[in-house]
Design a protein around this ligand. Sequence first.
Ligand code: SAM
Length: 248
Amino acid sequence: MSFTVDILTIFPEMFDAVLDASLTGKARKKGLIAVHAHNLRRWTEDRHQTTDDYPYGGGAGMVMKVEPFHRAVTDLKQADPRPCRVILMTPQGALFDHATAERLSKEERLVILCGRYEGYDERVRLLADEEISLGDYVLTGGELAAMVVVDAVTRLVPGVVGDEASTRHDSHAHGLLEHPHYTRPAEYEGMRVPDILLEGHHAKIEAWRRRESIIRTARRRPDLLAGADLTDNERVLAERIVRGEERT
Ligand code: SAM
């Protein structure tokens, strides 16, 4: 069975364009991944299909109710016996990063809960195996955050990105930012592609790319260097760049 993601949201229509486009759309058509955005209102029992209510204790905003989420997660778990990881999207969660995307891509099945308004009744949290935040800011709802997670995770599922080497070299895959890319023309308005990329010497190109990747990381994201897999010489180079001692 393919890698499956079930998303619980009150705005399932938000996902259509994103899930049908590009590599995600192709992977869904090929059956490599199955991604379903479910309307949480399906699991309500009242005439108005209520998914939120006033906060106990007063205060501004509405709170997502526990019952629809509880019924939905229970149903989805029963419908597919494979183990699944339930993820709650919240600005209070652990920051999403490449390592998390890799770990989640090795699961068989994810269920993602999207909040709205002031967030969830605290008891919704008990349904989740983990809580994920996209960053230290607040979105209107969990849908955009869930789309980012689905996109980043599913592109790591084998077969989704045609050339797996391209995900292996991506920024963050090894703690470094990726090297620069160029395509034709070789010269545009006086800006030339580095000669080394035009010479066709594979080993030299690899060495150049590795060095550029280290230089770029040292300049833009020196915080990543501590976790990067570098040789002693590469680390010396990176530290010289961070200190501004290396002119490149
Ligand atoms: N009052 C909540 C708080 O301070 O934690 C924020 C609620 S926010 C307006 C509504 C919903 O958007 C959240 O329940 C969550 O699902 C989603 N959301 C907002 N910011 C997010 C972020 N940085 N990462 C992931 N989800 C987020």
